[in-house]
Write a protein of this length. Structure first.
Length: 218
């Protein structure tokens, strides 16, 4: 009886220490919805990129072709790129708003501060690779490497998740590793970037979010 109480006390202390050093209010449902938004966005992007060329046509925005800086500038400032930009922005905003709302609700329910030491550390670990990746993609686009967008998005996002896993659920690390692997595959298979992007940001998020929901949210 006494030994059982000791184990309970140790588990309680361990839980308190984990809550003080980790942000454990991330919502699994937000991951599922982010995945749904990504799949919808990928579907819209597919229509924008491939519709003028037919189902198996070649688009200058989808392959691994490299263009000169003059050609790249001409391709960047087109209605196609504008549509793709607004689709990406809509997916990002919808995911962030949903994630914030559901995480805030879960944090309030758990009594954990939404903007505490652990959440700040988590945000910093996520932001560093993401900002670096964003700048890298912009530079590559300006130099005509359109095929780098999908691999870089997946790889840098994966690195951000692996780093952030030190300040939240360890399971996030596995999602990050899968994203990195998909990024490497996308780099090795030009022309399949949008499909692999949809798998990473869409399918994997839905699977991860579902697992997290049943493991931590219920």
């Amino acid at each position: 009886m006494e030994q059982s109480k000791i184990h309970e006390d140790l588990a309680s202390i361990r839980s308190m220490m984990e809550r003080s050093s980790r942000f454990l209010s991330l919502s699994g449902l937000s991951g599922v919805l982010a995945g749904v938004y990504a799949l919808v966005g990928a579907g819209l992007a597919y229509g924008v990129i491939y519709q003028p060329y037919g189902l198996f046509g070649h688009s200058e925005y989808a392959g691994g072709d490299h263009y000169t800086m003059d050609d790249a500038s001409a391709l960047l400032f087109t209605p196609t790129v504008a549509q793709l930009f607004f689709i990406a922005l809509a997916v990002l905003v919808a995911s962030l708003v949903t994630g914030y709302a559901l995480t805030r609700r879960k944090a309030k329910k758990q009594g954990q501060a939404l903007w505490g030491k652990s959440s700040k550390a988590l945000l910093f670990q996520m932001a560093t690779p993401l900002i670096t990746g964003g700048l890298f993609i912009l530079i590559m686009l300006s130099r005509g490497y359109f095929g780098i967008v999908s691999p870089a998005c997946l790889a840098f996002y994966g690195l951000a998740l692996v780093g952030a896993s030190a300040y939240t659920y360890h399971d996030v690390r596995y999602l990050g590793i899968c994203q990195i692997v998909l990024g490497i595959i996308a780099a090795a298979m030009p022309g399949y970037g949008l499909l692999l992007w949809a798998m990473g940001f869409g399918v994997l998020h839905i699977i991860y979010g579902t697992l997290m929901y049943f493991k931590y949210d219920r």
